[in-house]
Design a protein around this ligand. Sequence first.
Ligand code: PLP
Length: 426
Amino acid sequence: MKAYKDLSKDELLKLKDELTQQYEDKKALGLRLNMARGKPAAAQLNLTMDMLDTVNSASDMLASDGTDSRNYGCLDGLPETKKLMADMMGTNPENVIVFGNASLTIMYDSVSRSYTHGVCGNTPWCKLDKVKWLCPVPGYDRHFAITEHFGIEMINIPMTQDGPDMDLVEKYVNNDESVKGIWCVPKYSNPQGVVYSDETVKRFANLKPAAKDFRIYWDNAYVIHHLYDDNQAELLDIVGECAKAGNPDMVYEFASTSKVSFPGSGIAAMATSAANIADVKKTMTIQTIGHDKINQLRHVRYFKDINGLKAKMKAHAEIMRPKFEATLKVLEDELSGLEVGTWVKPYGGYFISFDAMEGCAKRIVSLCKEAGLVMTGAGATFPYGRDPKDSNIRIAPSFPTPDEMEQAADLFALCVKLASVEKLLE
Ligand code: PLP
């Protein structure tokens, strides 16, 4: 098939008629499909139902250090839970605080705490004229929502296949004192599936921030979320790298079991330096007397150790992989050679990122919606919901069944073609 840009006007007009007819036929099917949010499918949630049997009325409720998990106390998590979460993140238990049911709350609380009370004795951000934040794009909409909520000015940093553009990151962080943070999803990034290279991680660890209270928000949400057994990405341990580089306090790492056990009912943790842990705990002791330790115990008794977590992720991958592959096959079959969009096969995480021709993303998403397919809103992968090129669309293949996914991808590809032809005819 010829690239659309090389077609004559007459060819494009004819193609538009054909595609419009196909689109109307699809619309008439009254489909109700959803590729919007990165949620595990029910089949994945079923994988962990037996975890609910591990702690019951007959259970010994004492943790390894004798803590009664049913009672108040143990602010920063049971020792065995710290160990489990440390092993998940590839760090040491001394670096870990276990929080509640979700990592996004820890991220929100970290920004909020910095805003109202400052970071390690520095001026609270609410007292500063300007606070800026670096946002690798495309990225995770809920990250951007947090910084937008606090009125923090967000700056787009383009992603490369090795992670964020580090020349730009260094330029901003090392020279501008009002830059206080950066959102990073270093492994199987949302939405592109990019894994930060060793060089990128080392450049992060060796930043020389102009602001003493600059922190890297290292959201390792997909740290063990591989799709393939034989192609698993390795990521350097940022907490260790920062310590080695003489910047021990520069990073907060986050992770959770949301997409290992149950989203919303998992356990979440932060890994960071001793100084940061002490600083965070000052606020934590005001916020809570302790998190849900019964859930912590349930997770540890069920997964036992990192190998238990890894084995479960293999089972998740068995369910996820066919959906990713079905989607990629449709994109390949329907769109390759047309030069109407690009995408990269991810090896983990929850998303496929699609870059349409400039100025087409909103139209594609709206065509999909009209025909019964809900996609993540165009622009959602950028701060303020503004994609300057109106090009990026996030595809989330996890929730539908493989059949639904194929149907959805088919419709999506058709909408990409139609929107691209319309654009070329403008
Ligand atoms: N971070 C990233 C990058 C995500 O994609 C998601 C969920 O999609 C989350 C965090 C949410 O994690 P949690 O359920 O632990 O709040």
